[in-house]
Design a protein around this ligand. Structure first.
Ligand SMILES: NC(=O)c1ccc[n+]([C@@H]2O[C@H](COP(=O)([O-])OP(=O)(O)OC[C@H]3O[C@@H](n4cnc5c(N)ncnc54)[C@H](OP(=O)(O)O)[C@@H]3O)[C@@H](O)[C@H]2O)c1
Length: 225
């Protein structure tokens, strides 16, 4: 349909990315979603267009950008991320450290650079999946200090990326989804995927046209940097 809004969700094989894609479809959006392995049946069932992407592979990023050339998105949501090493810092290898920061910090911004021109002028929203743990002044995450540092670094990189965008700038969001029951969040988390996704979709729509950088949670509350 000509008036249908279109969203691109990066990392939608499971968890929050899958939940976001499903929620947007429920609300009548056209959705394109990326996965790096076999797509789950839910994406096909919801008539979601699937594109392959290994976020840490620049050739794969280029292939995606080429496949999407000319398409206009109202939302581009870069969601994929990993927890990385937990436990003793002495046990962390340089490879594991590098892999965490490549996935959570470097790759999302490299990808955003390739896709930002696909945003609908004036109202397109570019979102990155951050975390409340990315707030540097908050004393927390003794069990996952590297993950916390990676989300703080993502926020910082997004800040630098956003100020370099040409005018008129889009709305750029660093989003905290809540503590959510996913493979990463665990079964003891506060809320389920549907609750988080419903809230995030509401915020994504509320921020259309609100140019500049915002760090918010799924309820729309402003988060401290
Ligand atoms: N759950 C929470 O409570 C919570 C709280 C704050 C922030 N977050 C953030 O929310 C995002 C999604 O988390 P989640 O809880 O849904 O985790 P999840 O269930 O572990 O899902 C992670 C997703 O990221 C994808 N991914 C990881 N590395 C990738 C790569 N190199 N290339 C392409 N895709 C990749 C995974 O794909 P595969 O299936 O192929 O592995 C999967 O789709 C993450 O950025 C996470 O840090 C989560």
């Amino acid at each position: 349909m000509a008036n249908e809004k279109h969203a691109l969700i990066i990392g939608a094989s499971r968890g929050l990315g899958l939940g976001l894609a499903q929620r947007l479809r429920t609300e009548g959006w056209q959705v394109t979603a990326t996965v790096r392995g076999n797509p789950p049946a839910q994406l096909e069932e919801a008539q979601i267009q699937v594109e392959p992407l290994e976020m840490n592979d620049l050739a794969s990023q280029d292939t995606l950008a080429k496949a999407l050339a000319g398409q206009v998105f109202d939302i581009v949501f870069i969601n994929a991320g990993v927890m990385g090493p937990t436990g003793s810092l002495d046990a962390v290898t340089p490879e594991a450290f590098s892999s965490l920061f490549t996935t959570n910090v470097l790759s999302p911004v490299r990808l955003a650079k390739r896709l930002v021109s696909n945003l609908r002028p004036g109202t397109g929203v570019l979102a990155f999946m951050s975390s409340t743990l990315g707030t540097v002044t908050s004393p927390d995450a003794v069990e996952a200090p590297l993950y916390k540092a990676s989300k703080a670094a993502l926020n910082s990189m997004v800040n630098t990326f956003a100020i370099q965008l040409p005018e008129p700038r889009p709305a750029v969001l660093c989003m905290h989804p809540g503590w959510v029951k996913t493979d990463m969040g665990g079964p003891q988390a506060d809320i389920d995927v549907a609750t988080s996704a419903e809230g995030m979709v509401r915020q994504l729509q509320a921020y259309a046209g609100r140019a500049g950088l915002h760090f918010i949670n799924y309820k729309g509350e402003t988060m401290p940097w």
